[in-house]
Design a protein around this ligand. Structure first.
Ligand SMILES: [Zn+2]
Ligand SMILES: [Zn+2]
Length: 400
């Protein structure tokens, strides 16, 4: 039968054996701040260390437990403090000489307590458990992965999905490459394969011996929780129950989908464990741009050049819209920079399809480069006939 190692809790916390409860508390707080899993996400060493210091603190900060520990060199909930007391008294009285009248050798304490304690909360995101929870795990002998865990829901995923300008406007199919945790195909998320095998820690006996001085205690094996059997870890997922997989996900885009819109794909997040539901995949839509049209919400913005005669005399001109050519009426005397609204020539609203945005046209007057003398003559004549000064207002306002 294997023997578990006795632990030096004082060394773990870095305090003297004579430390006061105040010194122990301070030493633990200092170490806990350093090794807490929230501060060291994914760091297995820090997690182990944190369990060790938590265990040490649980024993040393409890007067009764500390006493038992000091007397025996280890602590277990299954040990009666009175027995420990008797043992300690007997040790000091016996002076260490040979076998004395009371002998605890081989005393079987395994009947106290026993298996079936709740397992410590496990799982990456589930570290919210209190120190006490972690302990009840350690002391009940439950170990990560050895006891069947309950169903655990998969986590959600969030990705940005760039969608083509036209697909966002007209709707359609789009695809995105994502990485997600999928249920392991070998063990189907069970994290272990095949039947149970003999526990290597206790060689199948379900018990290990812990030494307290010359006294031996049989306690339930912490590895197999006293059952003597442990299951084979799955080689494909290394006991995780899930594997990482790159996947192309297809999704539907509604007509009028806007930039920044969230799309939820139920069950496309990370796989759950032990039959737990998969998480969801959230896509943040990023709509593509277009060389001519600029989309602002459901409106389309566009700059349209017009000639001086068109702007001056008024005209009907063809302009592009997202549905093809459409006629735009330029009123006489339209200025450069003026905005003209083409009602309901914009994008269909994703929530209310009967509603459409507008197309907003910014007029840009194209000034002609006059090539011949006749044209220049006409322009000079035009200037004579229309000799208003467009800068008058500047000077008037400049005086204010
Ligand atoms: Zn597996
Ligand atoms: Zn075992």
């Amino acid at each position: 039968m294997a023997t578990t190692q006795n632990k030096d809790y004082y060394a773990t916390l870095g305090v003297k054996k004579t430390a006061t409860s105040d010194e122990i508390r301070k030493a633990f707080r200092k170490a806990a701040r350093r090794y807490h899993p929230d501060v060291n996400p994914g760091d297995k060493k820090a997690e182990e260390k944190f369990k060790e210091i938590s265990e040490a603190n649980d024993i040393l900060s409890d007067e009764k437990k500390r006493k038992v520990y000091d007397q025996l060199g280890f602590y277990s909930d299954q040990i009666d403090p009175a027995q420990a007391e008797a043992y300690a008294r007997q040790q000091s009285a016996g002076g260490g000489g040979g076998r004395s009248q009371v002998d605890f050798d081989g005393f079987d304490f395994s009947g106290f307590g026993g298996p079936g304690h709740p397992a410590a909360q496990q799982g990456g995101a589930g570290w919210g458990g209190s120190f006490k929870d972690i302990f009840s795990g350690i002391f009940s002998g439950a170990q990560q992965g050895q006891q069947p865990r309950g169903p655990q829901a998969g986590t959600d995923l969030e990705y940005q999905a760039t969608v083509d300008f036209w697909t966002a406007i007209r709707g359609g199919q789009a695809r995105i490459q994502i990485n997600r945790q999928e249920t392991c195909p070998t063990c189907h998320g069970q994290a272990h394969t095949g039947g149970a095998m003999q526990c290597p820690e206790c060689n199948g006996t379900g018990q290990v011996t812990q030494m307290g001085g010359r006294m031996k205690f049989n306690i339930p094996c912490p590895r197999c929780n006293g059952t003597g059997r442990t299951s084979n870890e799955c080689g494909t997922c290394h006991g995780e129950g899930t594997i990482n997989k790159s996947e192309t996900v297809e999704f539907r885009i509604k007509a009028g989908t806007r930039d920044g819109q969230r799309i939820r794909l139920q069950g496309k997040g990370n796989a759950g464990l032990n039959g737990g539901a998969a998480g969801d995949l959230f896509l943040i839509v990023r709509t593509g741009t277009h060389p001519v049209f600029t989309r602002v919400g459901d409106d389309i913005q566009l700059t349209v050049p017009v000639t001086v005669p068109e702007a001056s005399l008024g005209a009907k001109v063809d302009v592009p819209t997202i549905d093809g050519r459409a006629q735009l009426k330029i009123p006489p005397g339209t200025q450069s920079g003026q905005k003209l609204r083409m009602r309901e020539r914009g994008v269909e609203n994703a929530q209310r399809p009967e509603q459409r945005g507008d197309q907003i046209v910014t007029i840009e007057v194209a000034v002609p480069h006059l090539q011949d003398e006749r044209s220049r003559e006409i322009m000079r004549e035009l200037a004579k006939l229309n000799n208003q000064d467009p800068r008058v207002a500047l000077f008037e306002k400049g005086r204010e």
